[in-house]
Ligand binder design. Structure first.
Ligand code: FAD
Ligand code: SF4
Length: 485
């Protein structure tokens, strides 16, 4: 556990919260590149100094990986970048990525003591800065003290869960072999989350680092098709599953099968693969330039779709959401970015039907809603207002209602049980965290908790990797080898 540094600071009274500069809206509307400029070193130091080391680091508890935030802010404030990056890697396997795409405004920063009037410390941007800077200076994890245990673990899925698991395994002397059906690592980081939130070079740098740690990637290989799960299970000491959750939630609307209606993730993946010049596979490129586009939904995926459509040159982009702005599930910053980029929002409306002519989308029929009582999730339920129907003319509709579990058919053959929603049964609280109902197999990320966040996938997978290390008796092995050396 990192030592808490006690200090008292009052910089926050003189210096306000200073977010990184954003690229101009005009250029953003045409570019697939990250919209936030990196901090200069002086900006990072000044912003880090705003941390008051309040003694109750709520930010640290609210962060799913429990980053030692006040401690690395102190190091960043003093320009001790290498020590800061060492510390951040003690708790987070992908800090440069979380620094960019965590919904900070719902996690660490909302819990910052200064958020109650002075403006939260810009924790995410500083996490990004220290990691990017250390990488540029040539910092790489030092594993010279790690003793190889001779154990080999197959990690299926190179998304954040799989990568975090492989990272922790490598740091414990376990050889991780990571399999993925995509031609590049990252899972949704690479193919779902658009480039204007996370550039591909960031993922490439991380791949280079992980390979330098001895992690092997076998890409373009679907387990269960190109390689049998039987082979994987037989040839490794344990298996970790980080397969994600990919079943598209349909709207159940009349007309949903018309031409011009798209599934959110197919649209996003097709766009990214085209930009990165990967073969499309099952995700064809969809060009919405010149079209009137309606996106149904109000979460992060919906925001990614509307902003992608803007960049493709759509004539008009509408986001239709059945609750109000206050009750949107995604990051507030992303909604603001979408509004700045010209997306029109219509709140408190529910789609009733996609209107088509000869099988081609021509419009959408909507009804207005008002918010009723809270449902089981604590969110107020939208109620339709009778007689408030209206029609909007559109050429394309993107359905972004989220994703549910996508359990593989072979789970049953290997005793991997799922719950009624298809999520794999594996608990953070068991003696061997995230062990499934087959003792040799562990699982974490979206396939266990349901579609959620990058940082929660990382947090769970790191615990799962610790479970594997214990299951394989690797701690004892390391200790015995150290003693005999
Ligand atoms: P995934 O990232 O889905 O990775 C699973 C991997 O398993 C994939 O690479 C897949 O190819 C591979 N795989 C599956 N089956 C097989 C098989 N049989 N053989 C081989 N490989 C297989 N979260 C945030 O924190 N911030 C955001 O801004 C954000 N934006 C998002 C935007 C979109 C459009 C979407 C869809 C999600 C977003 N999320 C965001 C959520 C986040 O991306 C996920 O919660 C996270 O990626 C889950 O990680 P995972 O490793 O469990 O799964
Ligand atoms: Fe905040 Fe995410 Fe970094 Fe945690 S990992 S400190 S929640 S940005």
């Amino acid at each position: 556990m990192a030592k808490l540094i006690i200090r008292t600071r009052f910089e926050f009274t003189d210096r306000g919260r200073g977010e990184p500069q954003k690229r101009s809206v005009e250029s953003r509307r045409h570019e697939f590149r990250e919209i936030y400029e990196p901090y200069q070193e002086s900006e990072s130091q000044e912003q880090s100094k705003r941390c008051i080391a309040c003694g109750n680091p709520y930010c640290q508890w609210k962060c799913p990986v429990h980053n030692y935030i006040p401690d690395w802010l102190q190091l960043a404030a003093e320009g001790r970048i290498i020590e800061a990056v060492e510390l951040v890697h003690q708790t987070n396997s992908l800090p440069e990525i979380c620094g960019r795409i965590c919904p900070h405004d719902r996690l660490c920063e909302v819990a910052c003591t200064l958020n109650t009037g002075y403006g939260a410390v810009t924790i995410g941007a500083i996490e990004r800065h220290i990691t990017d800077t250390a990488f540029a200076q040539g910092w790489r994890p030092d594993l010279t003290h790690v003793i190889a245990t001779g154990r080999r673990v197959a990690v299926i899925g190179a998304g954040p869960a799989g990568l975090a698991c492989a990272d922790v395994l490598a740091r414990n002397g376990v050889k991780a072999i990571v399999y993925d059906k995509h031609p590049e690592i990252g899972g949704l980081l690479a193919f779902g989350i658009p480039i204007f939130k996370l550039e591909h070079k960031v993922i490439k740098t991380r791949r280079n680092i992980l390979e330098g740690m001895g992690i092997k990637f076998v890409l373009g290989a679907t387990i269960g098709q190109d390689i049998s799960f039987e082979d994987v299970l037989e040839n490794h000491d344990a298996v970790f599953l980080g397969l994600g959750a990919y079943t598209h939630k349909e709207g159940g609307l009349p007309g949903e099968d018309a031409d011009g209606v798209y599934k959110a993730l197919d649209y996003l993946i097709g766009n990214t693969k085209s930009l990165l010049k990967f073969p499309p596979g099952e995700h064809e490129y969809t060009d919405l330039s010149g079209q009137r586009v309606a996106v149904l939904g109000g979460g992060d995926t919906a925001m990614d779709c509307v902003r992608t459509a803007v960049r493709q040159g759509a004539k008009e982009v509408l986001c239709l959401y059945r609750r109000d702005r206050e009750n949107m599930p995604g990051s507030r910053n992303e909604v603001k970015n979408a509004m700045d980029e010209g997306v029109q929002f219509q709140f408190n409306v529910q789609p009733l039907e996609i209107i088509e002519s000869d099988g081609v989308t021509t419009g959408i029929r909507l009804v207005k809603t008002r918010l009723g009582h809270a449902d089981a999730t604590g969110r107020r339920r939208p109620m339709q207002i009778e007689g408030s129907e209206e029609t909007r003319d559109v050429d394309a509709v993107i359905v972004a209602f989220g994703f549910s579990a996508s359990p593989e058919l072979w789970f049953e053959d290997y005793g991997i049980e799922t719950d009624q929603w298809g999520l794999v049964k594996a608990s953070a609280d068991s003696d061997l965290p995230f062990q499934t109902t087959n003792p040799k197999i562990f699982a974490a990320g979206d396939m266990v908790r349901g579609a959620d966040l990058v940082v929660t996938a990382i947090a769970d997978a790191r615990k799962g990797a610790e479970g594997i290390v214990d299951y394989l008796g690797c701690r004892e092995k390391q200790r015995d080898r150290r003693m005999s050396n």
